[in-house]
Design a protein around this ligand. Sequence first.
Ligand SMILES: [Zn+2]
Length: 298
Amino acid sequence: MQRFHRPIEASGDAQRDVARIVEDAQQLLAAAGVGRDRIGAIGVSAPGPVDVRNGEVVEPPNLPGWGRVPLAAWIEAGLGGPVALENDANAAALAEWRFGAGRGYRDIVYLTMSTGVGGGLILAGRLYRGHHGNAGELGHITLEAGGERCACGLRGCFEAYAGGAAWAKRLREVTPVGSTVAELAGGPGRVTPEHLVAAAHAGDAFALGEFARWRETVARGIATIAFAFAPERIVLGTIAVAAGEELCFAPLRARVRELIWPDIAAGLEIVPAALGDRLADLAGICAALETVAADRVG
Ligand SMILES: [Zn+2]
C-alpha cells in the first residue's frame, strides 16, 4: 500500500483545494503504475456534514468558504470512479469496526475525541447513517441547556466541553502562569490538550483537576449515548487514547457505571481506538468498501 499525507491548507476556494487533492492522488497512482481503468472504487472520508446520496459536502464548519461542494463528482472527474463519500466520523467508525477496536462486534459507537467530538454508529452489524448520512453527530447532543457556545452555533453541546478545540480555548483562560502546563506549552496562551495530558501523566495537580473535569463531561455524554444505543463497545479516539488507562479509561468506566442502569452497564465496554495513524487511510478504504458491497447487494 502506498500512502501520502499532506495537511490541508484550506484556501477557502473549494475547487482549488480539491484540485490539489486530485493532483496528489494522481501522483500516487502514477507512482504505483495504476491506470484510471483499474480503479475499482475511490473512498473519500470528508469532514461533515455530508450528503452521501448526492456526494456533497455541505458547508463544513472546519473548511470555511467551502459551501455546498459536489466533492464526489469533482474527484470522479479528476480520477475516475466510482467515488464513495462518507462523513469522516462514520468512515472512521467503519475502520475501527472492520480493522480495529470494534472488530467482531455488532453494535459499536465510535467517538473521535479530537478537535471536535465526531461520532459513528455501527448498529446490528452495519453503519447507521440516518436520513441524509449524518446520524451519530453525538458531539452535538445537549449537555447543558444554555451552556457554552459550540462551533456548530448551538449552545451546551457535548463538543463545547469535551472537544479538543473548545477545551484548548478554556485551558488558555484558566491555566495559571508559571504552572507545569504553562511551561510545557511555552505560556498559558499556547496550551493544548496534549500539554494538559502530559502534565497530568506527570502528576501535576492542576492538570489532574482539569482532566477530571473533562472526564466527567465525557462520562455524562457517554451515559446518554449508552441509554440511546446500548452498544457492546464505545470506542474513544485521540485525547482518550493519549490519556490512557489509568488517567482516562478506568475512572471513566467507574463513573459511567454510576450514571446508567446496571443492565446497560453490564453489556458495555469502553475502550481506546486501536488504529492510530492508520485510521485515516483505512477510513477512506472502508468508505470505498461500503460502496462496493452496497453495489453487490443492490
Ligand atoms: Zn454543537
